[in-house]
Design a protein around this ligand. Structure first.
Ligand code: BGC
Length: 768
């Protein structure tokens, strides 16, 4: 665990230069606007360890799969979000000496991610070999309003007259570190100079996405003692500034770069568009663009801010999580999704996982207009045909759909058989998201329009994936991997069996409802999907007689058939030098151990809580949590929510900090690869579903607040159907302000209260 980030309610601040943490900071201080984003790589040269990354949403490359032993059904490629044109390389030389913080000892180094304004800033002083002290100030942002625009502003002051050379690049010479065959993913790179503009165009190999980038510079100096020379390089173009800087004089350089991709415009026009956008930005000017940026972020924060009174560490971290989520996904394009690392690294390829439905959806449902969450669902609807093809490849028939574990365009990318073929619980989360969306928004029309076809495909998959065991005289599901990836190819993973039954029942009920309420639309779907009523007969047979592993002595459901054969030694008895086990143990040892990577049975309790009483929650938590190593970022948040539910406030708070500060403190020792974006939505859930106990039941909002001892209050805004609400939680009271929308009946700890339009209501909560 690293503790070099200074606590501040609105900023992430690194004080002093932490050379050993450069890659971690590159991830933590990343910037993005949903359309493009980049790691916080230094603009100036850096000869130390770094992971260079600048990414464009939706622009990917199908990197040929690399496996030791090919298995039928493996995908041909792993889709990767590409490292694309780099616009932040600005080499600075002073009297011939290259500024390189790896070779110098920067003084008063501070790096700040200003989450209120959406800015990345760095400031430091360095002393050159000739003894000249230079003051550097960098500001960088990707515009939330102008989605193709990135801006860099540099200021340099010197303690004595000196000669400064600045080489600012636009470079198409970019590589992915995780490329399977060291391949260069781009082709037809062209670069040049036109007037005062640098430009680069290129195209991805195979997928043929085209991009064009254009940079313009603006130098501000109170003398004319400088020259500019623009030139073309291999795969890039360069602006070369030679400046005679006098003692205490300030040199300012602004760089406006627009990057346009064929995702959003015809290829033939990209170069002109990029040029026009960069030019417009330079006319608007830095001050106005900064104002715009701050206004856009104010608008976002207005919907989603969480205020925690009495705990700055907790405050900083929840804002950091929310900030990164909105930097990654803003929801205006149903072709896009939320990669586990967003724009902060290459790992996981920027592709879509079950994380989106299980973790991110609730966040966007409550903090953004409902079309944002709807777009996440439509993304899966649009990929239904591919999910059906995917299932066919594995031998399933009749419209059964298996959604991929990892995907960019609907095709499976993952190629470890125990996950690709067996971690099928992902289908459950995708079906649940349809329920979750309709339950939260009340948009029942979604079911008829899109939802039911997805549910039908998924249910058909489950009904073929199970079989009847003559031995048990029950339905079983063999050879699966549950959410706990530290156990593979197990039989009857309780969570997966549970989800299969839930999906079959939910789909059946929705079919009956639509048949009754909209027979015409139902007939259309039935004919399109060749649905037969006899399918439901089989589903009912399965759901009424499904096998669930269970231990009567402990009165707990078992993670899988063989779980109790394992040696059950609590994690507390593992020595610190064995952790994380994934880094210290062989895979063989991990698989045989009882250690659970992330919530598995407990993930099921999280989804289906209303089916189990509080005692059952406690028993299962007390049995499984002590065996859980939380080596997936997705784990602590679910445990925090459940700990809250069972009244274990200390654990709830401990897990809150663990999820919220996962990247800020590099808790899993892997933030250098990128931030854990999808689990950040889980952090938000620990506040809303955990400490506030927010649920929607029968179309009504329920709260059961229980805030940590240390906190005086929590305040957050949510959208709920037609209402926009501000919820304030105190130790003994809850207050709801009905900012927008009609009168609303809310329930807190079992007590109903009405909040009239534009009014607030504060009540004591009599905890059960
Ligand atoms: C977790 C998966 C998750 C993936 C991407 C893995 O470590 O075990 O549940 O989908 O990371 O976040």
């Amino acid at each position: 665990m690293k503790e070099y980030i200074k606590i501040h309610p609105w900023q992430i601040v690194e004080e002093g230069f932490h050379r050993e943490n450069v890659k971690v900071s590159e991830s933590v201080f990343s910037i993005g606007n949903g359309r493009m984003g980049q790691r916080a790589n230094f603009e100036e040269d850096y000869s130390g360890e770094t992971l260079q990354g600048s990414y464009l949403a939706g622009v990917y490359y199908p990197d040929k799969t690399r496996v030791g032993w090919w298995k039928n059904g493996y995908p041909e490629y792993f889709a990767k979000v590409l490292n694309s044109v780099s616009w932040n390389q600005i080499r600075v030389e002073v009297d011939g000496q290259v500024i390189d913080l790896n070779q110098m000892e920067p003084l008063n180094f501070t790096r700040t991610l200003d989450m209120k304004q959406g800015l990345l800033k760095r400031a430091y002083r360095v002393v050159t070999a000739k003894g000249i002290e230079l003051e550097f100030d960098w500001t960088r942002f990707v515009s939330m309003k102008r989605k193709n625009l990135g801006v860099i502003a540099l200021s340099i002051k010197a303690s004595a007259d000196c000669q400064i050379n600045i080489q600012s690049k636009l470079s198409g010479d970019v590589h992915n570190q995780d490329s399977n065959y060291d391949e260069f993913f781009w082709q037809d790179t062209q670069a040049g100079v036109e007037g005062s503009q640098l430009w680069v165009t290129q195209e991805t190999k195979k997928t043929n996405f085209s991009i064009a980038a254009s940079s313009l510079h603006n130098i501000v100096l109170d003398t004319n003692s400088y020259t500019v020379n623009l030139s073309t390089e291999d795969r890039g173009s360069l602006a070369n500034f030679n400046v005679r800087l006098e003692k205490n004089q300030e040199l300012q350089l602004q760089k406006y770069t627009a990057v346009c991709s064929s995702m959003y415009g015809p290829e033939a026009e990209l170069r002109n568009s990029a040029h026009a956008e960069a030019q417009e930005a330079s006319h608007v000017g830095l001050a106005a663009l900064l104002r715009e940026q701050s206004q856009e972020w104010a608008r976002i924060w207005h919907n989603c801010d969480v205020e925690i009174e009495g705990d700055d560490e907790a405050q900083q971290s929840i804002r950091f999580n929310i900030f990164q989520l909105f930097q990654t996904y803003t929801g205006d394009d149903s072709r896009l999704n939320i990669g586990p690392k967003g724009f902060t690294g290459e790992k996981y390829g920027g592709s879509t996982y079950w994380d989106t439905e299980a973790y991110c959806l609730p966040f966007y449902l409550a903090t953004a207009p409902s079309d944002v969450a709807r777009n996440l669902l439509v993304y899966r609807y649009n990929q239904l045909d591919k999910a059906i093809e995917n299932a066919q490849k594995l031998g399933f028939t009749k419209g059964a759909a298996l959604y991929p574990m990892v995907t960019m365009n609907g095709e499976e990318c993952h190629n470890e058989w125990e996950i690709t073929f067996e971690e099928i619980h992902r289908n459950g989360a995708i079906a649940y998201a349809v329920y979750d969306y309709i339950n939260y928004t009340g948009d029942t029309g979604y079911m008829a329009e899109y939802g039911l076809e997805v549910l039908l495909g998924i249910s058909r998959f489950w009904s073929q994936r199970v079989h009847f065991s003559e031995n048990k005289q029950q339905w079983v599901m063999l050879g699966v991997t549950g959410p706990n990836e530290f156990e593979n190819n197990v039989n009857n993973n309780w969570y997966t069996n549970k989800f299969a039954v839930w999906c079959l029942n939910y789909t059946r009920d929705q079919i009956h409802l639509l048949q009754k309420e909209n027979p015409k639309r139902f007939a259309e779907i039935a004919s399109k999907t060749a649905f037969a009523a006899s399918e439901i007969t089989r589903w009912d047979e399965i759901t009424s007689n499904m096998y669930f592993p269970y231990d009567a002595d402990r009165n707990v459901y078992l993670q899988q058939d063989g779980f109790l054969d394992k040696e059950l030694i609590p994690v507390s008895q593992l020595s610190a030098d064995q952790r994380p086990i994934v880094e210290h143990w062989s895979w063989d040892r991990i698989l045989r151990s009882c250690y659970i990577k992330q919530a598995d049975v407990l993930q099921g309790f999280y989804f289906f809580e209303d089916e189990f009483d509080l005692d059952s929650h406690k028993r299962h938590f007390d049995f499984y949590e002590p065996l859980t190593v939380h080596e997936s970022s997705l784990s602590p948040c679910i445990h925090s929510i459940l700990a809250n539910k069972i009244g274990n406030s200390d654990k709830a708070y401990e897990f809150y900090l663990r999820t919220a500060r996962l990247d800020l403190n590099d808790i899993n020792n892997d933030t250098c690869d990128g931030c854990h974006i999808t689990s950040m939505a889980g952090t938000w859930m620990t506040i809303s579903k955990g400490f506030a106990g927010l649920r929607v039941r029968d179309g009504r909002l329920h709260l059961s607040p229980n805030i940590p001892q240390k906190w005086k209050s929590i305040r957050f805004n949510i959208r709920f159907r037609e209402n926009y609400l501000r919820i304030s939680l105190y130790k003994e009271q809850v207050e709801v302000e009905n900012i927008e929308g009609p009168s609303l009946l809310i329930n807190s700890w079992g007590v109903d209260f009405q909040v009239e339009p534009k009014q607030s209501k504060r009540i004591d909560y009599a905890k059960k």
